[in-house]
Design a protein around this ligand. Structure first.
Ligand SMILES: *Cc1c(COP(=O)(O)O)cnc(C)c1O
Length: 404
């Protein structure tokens, strides 16, 4: 069984039946899953939850899968909170910098959360062929979970997607196509191929369940912080699924009486080469037009147009947060700084949140005593790195003084 009552258009509130596959609502907006939260509250206690071990499936009462046998799993874990004490000290910051390190999940990124749920629901509905556009990590998670569920996955990537992502998608059985364009161009192919091929479109926010998977980041964070949310969350924002999902998680937890009304400032971080949400937020708009010539090496946030733009911007506003863009150089300086001082290798998107945190601390938007959480959404190992190493000729006498 599940506690789902219905789906709801995030824009018009129109209701839809939950027990069949859906893409966008009639209004062309994302659908949100609604639950009988009173019934969840009766069925689940914080104490009962504390005894469970199975990664984010521990929150199953707040997830849409009805049959336990449809839960597809590759060994999901609760991702750790890693403190950055040396960085705080260097910055003269007396609060806490906490990294939620999502790189420990299957396929090395938090895309596993969303795709695990989307594929599990596809299994429940008897779908057999899924397709999506991707900048890399989503495609890898889709391919992995689709194979774990015995389904086909067809994946379209911009042709400059990092090689490692393309290779992992293909090796995990994804039928992989490189497209000479951006993720939005790839998305068009998936949308237009629906009738001709019959695949199901699992693009970001174009089916209702990836949000439910990403929602578990918010549930998990709340539980790990003993149901006391931080002052601010810095989130590297592409399609915004995670930010929207966490915001939904906090509302559901409040409705269950598990947390109070206090919310973290939700801070949408983008790269200055692709910052449609920042631009719209600064202009006081709710919708963000397509960003032309989008570029950043932080591929996960190279998303020139987001269908959930208004949901991201509303959460940012309601939380008294903000949207902020960081320069490319600052992203890579931040990656090197944290890796060298803390021993934690962030992905470029995660490094962008650290760069944004530094900027917001400097301009006073973050207070000296705040507890802030930065989302590192993938393992740093999936990205090209610049090496700084020296060489030794073992046939020559070695000058040991150089190591002093
Ligand atoms: C996809 C991705 C993001 C952006 O996530 P959204 O929830 O789609 O905004 C950020 N970082 C990494 C590493 C990603 O793969």
């Amino acid at each position: 069984m599940s506690f789902v009552t219905h789906l709801e258009c995030s824009y018009t509130g129109e209701q839809y039946e939950a027990n069949r596959p859906h893409n966008l609502s009639k209004a062309g907006k994302p659908l949100l899953v609604r639950y009988n939260l009173d019934a969840v509250k009766s069925a689940l206690t914080k104490e009962k939850l504390a005894t469970r071990t199975e990664g984010f499936w521990r929150y199953r009462e707040l997830l849409p899968v009805t049959q336990a046998g449809n839960r597809v799993s590759l060994g999901e874990v609760v991702t750790p909170l890693v403190l950055l004490p040396r960085s705080a000290e260097t910055l003269g910051f007396s609060g806490e910098i906490i990294v939620k390190d999502e790189g420990r999940l299957p396929t090395g990124s938090f895309k596993a959360r969303g795709l695990c749920l989307a594929v599990s629901m596809a299994k429940e509905f008897g779908l057999s062929h899924l397709a999506m556009p991707t900048n890399g990590n989503a495609g890898a998670a889709l391919a992995a979970y689709a194979r774990a569920a015995g389904m086909r996955a067809t994946v379209f990537c911009p042709d400059d997607t990092p090689r490692v992502n393309i290779e992992e998608i293909a090796l995990q059985g994804g039928e992989t196509y490189l497209v000479n364009g951006l993720i939005t161009d790839c998305g068009k192919i998936v949308g237009e191929g629906k009738e001709a091929v019959g695949w199901f479109d699992v693009s970001t926010l174009k089916e209702p369940y990836r949000i439910e998977g990403k929602k578990t980041m918010g549930l998990e964070l709340a539980e790990q912080m003993s149901w006391e949310l931080p002052d601010a969350i810095f989130y590297p924002t592409g399609g915004g699924t995670g930010l929207i999902g966490m915001w939904k998680a906090f509302d559901e937890l409040e409705a269950m009486g598990w947390i109070g009304p206090k919310r973290p400032k939700m801070i949408a971080v983008q790269a200055s080469g692709c910052a449609p949400i920042v631009k719209a937020w600064e202009a006081g708009e709710e919708h963000a037009p397509l960003w032309e010539n989008a570029w950043t090496a932080a591929a996960g946030i190279r998303v020139p147009a987001a269908v959930g733009d208004f949901l991201i911007i509303r959460a940012v506003r309601q939380s008294d947060g903000f949207a902020i863009a960081v320069d490319e150089d600052d992203i890579f300086d931040a990656r090197a700084e944290v890796a060298k001082s803390e021993g934690l290798l962030l992905c470029p998107e995660g490094a962008a949140t650290y760069a944004a945190f530094k900027a917001a601390l400097a301009d006073g938007r973050i207070a000296q005593t705040d507890r802030v959480v930065l989302y590192n959404c993938a393992t740093g190992l999936k990205y090209p790195m610049t090496a700084e190493s020296k060489t030794i000729d073992r046939h020559q006498p070695i000058d040991y003084a150089q190591f002093n």
